[in-house]
Design a protein around this ligand. Structure first.
Ligand code: E4P
Length: 218
């Protein structure tokens, strides 16, 4: 499973990229607003830090403007994935971009039917939002399961399932069991993945016992 970080915070991106375990970055207009940064220079900087796909989202909702924005975004770097909403206009732009060889992330997917449309439009990634479905008492992980099963039935679908709106490690683990290709997670959730109380406790014991030996490896 690939891990993308869902943030526009450069310090977090640098920190997680240094682990060697980060495969890409996703941003959205809300995350950009939170960063307080100018959008294009921010995305340029992220693309220099991370060599994997960096999702940059269009701001417009109409086809003509979205297409023009996508044209600017796709030229920022080779690893840009233009992010478009799951709307008729968004999928039209998706089809054109993917036909031209640009990576596209179709975002705001909340149903299996929408995921089928995204795959037919040639999306590189489809982003089903698990947490936001859970928030309204719907089954976020059930959606991931449905999409994975449907895509498996159609080997000609190249679209990767990018689990989005991740709120906790269980969302990642359960999605991995279903075969989802990517999870995009807030930095805090990626850091949570390392933790287990028995790891902490076991390491403390090993450190103490090693001191008793009076030895040094170096
Ligand atoms: C996906 O790419 C979105 O940026 C993101 O996962 C949204 O998550 P949220 O529901 O935590 O805002």
């Amino acid at each position: 499973m690939k891990f993308f970080v869902d943030t526009a915070d450069i310090d977090d991106i640098r920190d997680l990229a240094a682990t060697g375990l980060l495969d890409g970055v996703t941003t959205n207009p809300s995350l950009v607003a939170k960063s307080g940064r100018k959008f294009i220079p921010l995305i340029e900087e992220i693309c220099e830090i991370v060599s994997g796909p960096v999702s940059a989202e269009v701001a417009a909702t109409d086809y003509e403007t979205m297409r023009k924005e996508a044209e600017i975004l796709r030229k920022i770097a080779d690893n840009i994935a233009v992010k478009v909403p799951l709307t008729p206009a968004g999928l039209k732009v998706c089809k054109e971009l993917s036909d031209g060889g640009t990576m596209v992330n179709v975002t705001l997917c909340f149903s299996p039917a929408q995921a089928i449309l995204a795959a037919k439009a040639g999306a590189t990634f489809v982003s089903p939002f698990v947490g936001r479905l859970d928030d309204i008492s719907e089954d976020g992980l059930g959606l991931i399961s449905d999409i994975c099963r449907i895509y498996e039935n159609y080997p000609s679908f190249d679209t990767e399932v990018l689990v989005a709106s991740v709120r906790n490690p269980l969302h990642i683990v359960e999605s991995a069991k279903m075969g989802a290709h990517v999870a995009t997670c807030p930095p805090s959730v990626i850091r949570q993945l390392y933790n287990h109380p028995l790891t902490t406790q076991g390491l403390e014991t090993f450190v103490e016992d090693w001191k008793k030996t009076g030895q040094s490896i170096l």
